[in-house]
Design a protein around this ligand. Structure first.
Ligand SMILES: [Zn+2]
Ligand SMILES: [Zn+2]
Length: 288
């Protein structure tokens, strides 16, 4: 599958003062010039981190991405999702390697579920100035006493990071009622949380490969594990209605790069949207 956007070939131009913070040797191809390693810069100032889960799929073990994305602006930094508690050492170290002494300013968990918000506690301890952003309607139950660090955001609102922004957008494919997606309108990167998942042939050593760099093309059946476990409602809802809504959304928020929590980064959104939509239709198939 040919990538529409080759993220490795982008020349990276940092805003003044940013380069010394994020211009480390890992930036364009992952540490040690290895595309499979994370963290990896997927667009100027946007970094992909992950603490993969190993999931049994029939007879084999596959990795399930548990990805997070750091957006670095001139004034502020924001981490989109923050992985399972078991992934804390990985996330802590990857984040520190990118930030290189700079602080984390905002944490945006897309929804209150362990793979997306499992490290809010240790992150708020590690970065005492960091604030939680998003639809935080029930977060006081998880972090009582931390309410002064909550910044509630609704779909349509945006966070100014200095020279760039993160827009909070409705989650068309939602897991919980307060799931939000994120969108960088200038870099045209869309952060889709549980949507666009896949596990196909993602094994140790392939964690940092994009969907298009995988040895074989991602197939609709590769989306089953996550769609069936995380998005159970898709069994009961007409896939065509969901697909129509998704297509309309992508018309309003055009993306060159799609960044899912449970699949490799996507640099050919058109092709992977077709795969994901076929996956949504598969879940509706009759069962024994
Ligand atoms: Zn999830
Ligand atoms: Zn992995």
């Amino acid at each position: 599958m040919k990538a529409e956007n080759d993220i490795n070939d982008r020349s990276i131009v940092y805003s003044p003062g940013i380069e010394e913070i994020v211009g480390s040797t890992m930036t364009t191809r992952g540490a040690a010039d290895n595309v499979a390693s994370l963290p990896r810069e997927i667009s100027a100032g946007i970094f992909w981190l992950s603490a993969c889960l190993v999931v049994r799929d029939g007879a084999r073990l596959v990795h399930n991405h548990n990805s997070c994305f750091l957006i670095v602006g001139r004034d502020s930094t924001v981490l989109v999702d923050n992985a399972m508690p078991s992934g804390w050492p990985d996330i802590r170290d990857q984040l520190a390697a990118i930030l290189r002494g700079r602080t984390l300013d905002y944490l945006f968990p897309t929804h209150p579920e362990a793979p997306h918000m499992g490290n809010c506690g240790p992150l708020m301890d590690q970065y005492p100035r960091a604030r939680l952003v998003g639809d935080l309607r029930n977060y006081h139950l998880y972090y009582p006493g931390a309410e002064h660090r909550f910044v509630t955001m609704a779909a349509g609102e945006e966070l100014d990071l200095g020279g760039r922004r993160l827009v909070f957008v409705p989650a068309v494919i939602r897991d919980l009622p307060n799931t939000l997606w994120g969108y960088d309108p200038d870099a045209r990167v869309l952060f889709v949380s549980d949507a666009y998942p896949y596990t196909h042939q993602h094994e140790a050593g392939q964690c940092g490969m994009t969907a298009e760099e995988m040895p074989e093309a991602v197939r609709p059946e590769d989306t089953d594990v996550v769609i069936e476990r995380a998005l159970i409602w898709t069994r009961y809802v007409d896939a065509e209605v969901v697909i129509e809504e998704l297509e309309a959304f992508l018309g309003s928020y055009p993306a060159d790069i799609i960044a899912p929590a449970h699949g490799g980064v996507i640099t050919n959104p058109k092709a992977l949207t077709a795969v994901f939509e076929a996956g949504l239709r598969r879940v509706r198939r009759p069962r024994d």
